[in-house]
Design a protein around this ligand. Structure first.
Ligand SMILES: [Zn+2]
Length: 217
């Protein structure tokens, strides 16, 4: 395992595939923008390690795709979902962190679905904060990762209007997590090396125990 720490990134990936490939590799990497039934791809599917292409401005399929992604996200109790997680290599993310939060009287907040097209972090805090995160593509585990305390993100909404989001707390963290997916970065790559080893071991166990997207231990 010490050797594992020293391995170059590309080779390390091969090792991850060797370790987990037979267990949970879906074997399908056919990307279709017109798929009707969405399916969340789980690690180590190679689709999660790809860098996504920008969405072409005016692409009329995106609104429907975003709607389907939101449906899938709510169904699996997620707060964010990036297009590569459903097998589509486009810079598209959906987020709703509000519906899992409560107002001061303990009532759940209303849904506030956001669609972020071609999002870019244009400003961020100096400070980074350590916190625990789950991911629909890494069912059964949560991982400690350091993220900027706040970020400012520029993007387009589902109608291709320019929009900016300032986010700290759960929203800021979620934007950073989902934007990482667009560059092929999962929690495994974001975590420090020791945390990554523990997370990989925990993930192997979770997959053996049949963890499904949306389940976090
Ligand atoms: Zn994720």
């Amino acid at each position: 395992m010490v050797l594992h720490l020293l391995l170059p990134f590309a080779f390390e990936n091969e090792l991850i595939y060797a370790l987990y490939g037979s267990i949970c590799y879906t074997g399908t990497n056919q990307l279709s923008e017109s798929r009707h039934i969405m399916h969340i791809y789980t690690s180590p599917d190679p689709v999660l390690r790809e860098v996504c292409e920008p969405v072409e401005i005016g692409d009329k399929t995106i609104k429907r795709t975003a709607k389907q992604m939101l449906k899938e996200m709510y169904k699996t109790n997620g707060i964010g979902l990036a297009a590569p997680q459903v097998g589509l290599l486009k810079r598209l993310v959906v987020i709703d962190t509000t519906y899992v939060e409560e107002d001061e009287d303990g009532r759940p907040l209303k849904k506030n679905p956001l669609v972020l097209i071609n999002p870019v972090i244009v400003e961020h805090s100096e400070e980074k904060i350590d916190s625990n995160e789950g991911c629909l593509s890494l069912p059964g585990i949560s991982v400690d990762v350091k993220r900027w305390a706040w970020v400012k993100v520029k993007c387009l909404d589902e109608n291709y209007n320019e929009i900016e989001y300032m986010g700290d707390g759960l929203f800021g963290r979620c934007m950073q997590h989902e934007l990482d997916h667009l560059d092929g970065i999962t929690l495994f790559e974001r975590a420090d090396p020791m945390t990554r080893i523990k997370a990989l071991e925990a993930y192997k166990l979770a997959v053996e125990n049949g963890a499904r997207p949306g389940e976090v231990q």
